[in-house]
Design a protein around this ligand. Structure first.
Ligand code: FE2
Length: 196
């Protein structure tokens, strides 16, 4: 957890770790906000978490996991574990996507999301990313960063628990759902369309 991202051009490992730090900051802000009555702030943080986690999960499924399968001895097992964790996470996020801060399920749901994500991050940073760094050269890690960056640009911003997790289908489905999600984001972020 102590690695700092300083490079102007991050490689894939640095990019994923930076994502993890951003999400952890959002968790901490949501924890703090849960102790206040700042409902608008709670809702904004929750929406950012759903968006960031959905994008991160999709990019890992489209780019990171196929690379693990190709490059690491135990890559299939590691990728399968990641897909299973994402499935639980995306189902939870889909349930929470319509929840409001006043709902009974809102904070318990996000606390469960935090548990799953923190375990996923710990495993990825302790085992998966160091092995990936060892297996790929620095050039390949830069190329992988580029692919992750592009996947994130096209990724759906909402959780789609039933979408395929393998890249060939994911990219097509991802592009379609991404367009719909991003249109919904714009509408939802427009003040007159906010639900309350
Ligand atoms: Fe991750």
């Amino acid at each position: 957890m102590s690695q700092t991202v300083t490079a102007a051009r991050p490689d894939a490992v640095e990019l994923l770790i930076a994502d993890h730090r951003t999400v952890e900051q959002l968790f901490q802000q949501l924890e703090l906000a849960s102790k206040t009555s700042a409902v608008e702030n709670q809702r904004d943080l929750a929406q950012r978490l759903v968006r960031d986690l959905s994008v991160h999960a999709a990019a890992e499924e489209q780019v990171l996991y196929p690379t693990l399968r190709r490059s690491l001895d135990e890559g299939d097992r590691l990728a399968d574990e990641g897909v299973a964790e994402h499935a639980e996470l995306k189902q939870l996020l889909a349930d929470l996507d319509s929840a409001q801060p006043g709902d009974d399920r809102f904070f318990p749901g996000f606390r469960r999301v935090m548990e799953i994500v923190r375990a996923h991050v710990a495993e990825e940073e302790a085992t998966v990313l160091p092995r990936l760094r060892q297996a790929l050269g620095q050039d390949a890690l830069y190329e992988l960063a580029e692919a992750l960056f592009n996947a994130k640009r096209l990724a759906p911003t909402r959780p789609h628990p039933h979408a395929p997790t393998r890249p060939s289908a994911n990219i097509v489905v991802g592009a379609a759902t991404s367009f719909t999600d991003r249109t919904r984001d714009v509408i939802r972020d427009t003040p007159m369309f906010r639900s309350r």
